[in-house]
Design a protein around this ligand. Structure first.
Ligand code: BGC
Length: 256
């Protein structure tokens, strides 16, 4: 395996529990070799997170010209994070792209984690060649969303913060982390997820709904408890979609 090939990029996914990366084959979105993961320290300062990203990038023996894309668990508007739910509040107002670029020592493209997953699913996965409105929901520490219309992403939708009829934010009610924390059975958790899907369907009328995040590997076990008007599918790339999407966007920006 020669990771110095031009048709690869590095994708790094900053999550609430781990920061993981891989070299990605751009033609297919497949990861080349193993992921490298470092646990996310609790409430770590932005510089600490950025330094872990550097370590993950440096783990891979790629050329310095290999594009680097990083997913971030918050909206990213022209590089800046306007609000964040599940990492240190010091990120608010910060230009995260500049921070990562400085620490990693080469240009880094940063985008929202669910948007990265949505782009990867649109390019390589379950949303490939889907016309109409596709929504990807990532179920992890929080709930992320990507809205893709005829293959084009509308960035920074934040459906995990929708208020449900019970007065709670969607991600506080039905994120995968809540299932673990409250020790819910898959059926109990899926019943909660149904409340989120009802709200999303009412507001956006998607044609296709794709569920991602680590729990999507168990889609067959819980999808029977869910009912939607839209076609409901598991993410084809499961929880590697963020890494693949980040790599894809980084390579596209490097070519511009
Ligand atoms: C953030 C989103 C993110 C999601 C999943 C939410 O709390 O606001 O931007 O996509 O978590 O990490």
């Amino acid at each position: 395996m020669d990771q110095k090939l031009a048709n690869v990029a590095i994708g790094v996914d900053i999550g609430g529990s781990g920061i993981k990366g891989s070299v990605v084959k751009l033609e297919t979105g497949e990861l080349i070799g193993d992921e490298f993961r470092i646990p996310t320290p609790e409430n770590a300062a932005p510089e600490v997170i950025a330094d872990i990203v550097r370590q993950v990038v440096e783990h891979f023996d790629t050329s310095v010209d290999t594009p680097v894309g990083v997913t971030f668990p918050a909206p990213v508007i022209n590089g800046v994070c306007p609000m964040i739910a599940n990492l240190n509040q010091d990120f608010v107002g910060m230009n995260v792209s500049d921070l990562m670029t400085t620490h990693v020592g080469r240009p880094v493209v940063v985008l929202n984690d669910a948007d990265a997953a949505g782009l990867a699913e649109a390019e390589f996965g379950a949303a490939h060649s889907q016309d109409g409105t596709t929504i990807v929901l990532t179920l992890g520490t929080g709930i992320g969303s990507a809205l893709v219309r005829d293959g084009v992403l509308v960035p920074n939708t934040e459906m995990g913060h929708l208020l449900l009829p019970n007065g709670l934010e969607a991600e506080k009610w039905a994120a995968s982390s809540i299932r673990t924390k409250e020790n819910l059975s898959l059926e109990q958790w899926a019943t909660r997820l149904q409340d989120v899907l009802n709200m999303v369907e009412m507001l956006f009328s998607p044609d296709t709904l794709i569920l991602g995040g680590g729990i999507s590997t168990r889609f067959a076990e819980f999808s029977g408890f869910l009912s939607t008007r839209a076609d409901l599918e598991p993410a084809r790339l499961f929880n590697t979609a963020g890494i693949a999407g980040a790599a894809l966007v980084a390579s596209q920006e490097a070519q511009d």
